[in-house]
Design a protein around this ligand. Sequence first.
Ligand SMILES: [Fe+2]
Ligand SMILES: [Fe+2]
Length: 466
Amino acid sequence: MNSEADGMGQSLFPGADGATNPIGDDDPVLREMAQLRQVYLNQSKRRERELAEVKSMVNRESRRTTQLERDLNTLKTSLQAAEARADTMAAQADQLAAHLRRIYSAVFRGGVFGLILKACMELTGATKGIYLWQPPGPERRFKIKDAVGFQKYPGAAPSPFIQHLVTQVFESDDTFLAVDRKAFKGFPAPADDEERFANCIVAPVVIQDKLHGVIIVADKQRGTFTQEDCRTMLSIGSHASVALHNLKLQTELRQTHVTTIAALADAVELKDTYTHGHCQQVARFARQVAAELGLNDADQERIYYAALLHDVGKIGVPDMVLLKAGPLLPEELTMARAHVRLGYDLITQIPWLSDIANLVLYHHERWDGGGYPEGVAGEDIPLGSRIVGAVDTYCTMTTNRPYQKSRSKDDALAEMRRVSGSQLDPRVVEALIRVVNMPETELDESEAEFMSVYGVDEDKPLIGKL
Ligand SMILES: [Fe+2]
Ligand SMILES: [Fe+2]
């Protein structure tokens, strides 16, 4: 069988090998096959192109996915860091809130400035701190009100090194940040190792637009102080200002009370001209004796008011008894002694004064129980009454009266010592002797400091206004 004749040996797709169609173009089958082949070739190329495009797209997407994964990881890391920072800030905010709660409540109990110092130390990680207060007067000098981490402070006066640090704040009118010891170059030498700070922040304390003092925090627990720490201290300061603004409002209310008290005290003084200024003098010394005995600001204030009002009951004592020169008859003595009960009754009528009424009632009791109105003895007599009683005795001895000439200070103190342990509480007498022997400037300063705790303008002492 001839293979040429039956078509065997020819390619099924003519032209695929590039040879001329041996059969010819006029064969319809072959022509159709050639067309089909061409269609197939075209489709293959298109598919290849499409495949290449898809592959390239897949590659692109794959690269994009990798990039997205990387971005996602970066975001996750940032988010974790942000969460950790938010946790730290939340913890700090909680700490700050706790400190501020204590500061707000301290406003009404005293000791607010010590708490501000402790808040600054805890939130900046400082291990030492000093709160310096500027007493009124033309001189630029500072007194240490509170200190943490020092043996000699707050008792001692600030060393030249500490004073120099404070001056930095005054001269620059800004916070002073020392990140290491190099910042102290040219300063006076620290007084001792406790003052040899590795780092510190010195910040001004401004209350109601007035410089109140300066806070130093030093020796950060880990690392050194940063601008962030400075901002933290300023934040405490601004919150504390709000608390102190409340204090100012409270002080204004208290001043209204004081005005009322002054009016009552004046009424007594006008009646008994010999006692002019007596109530104020007793109040001033009694408050200082209370401070000397370590009583807190609130107790000092109660005793101050009780002393101011101790003789207010004399309003109800007849003039013939009150102004009589010479010894009183028994019935006159009874009338004179009634002033403690009259004062008590008067003061209990005024709700905000009721807790000092008892102090007024017992100011003529004696340590040995021989006083009036009830004859109570020793520590059964309220401490405030013992203080007012002792100061009243001293002030009466040193003032001219219708029935007696005033004694000298030394004579009066000798008499106080004589009656200490019988008429008067010995501990109170000792404190009073220390107080009356204080230089006037020290008394004035202590008074200004006490008033400043309550936000009173130091330029116009409260006592001076009465
Ligand atoms: Fe009295
Ligand atoms: Fe008196």
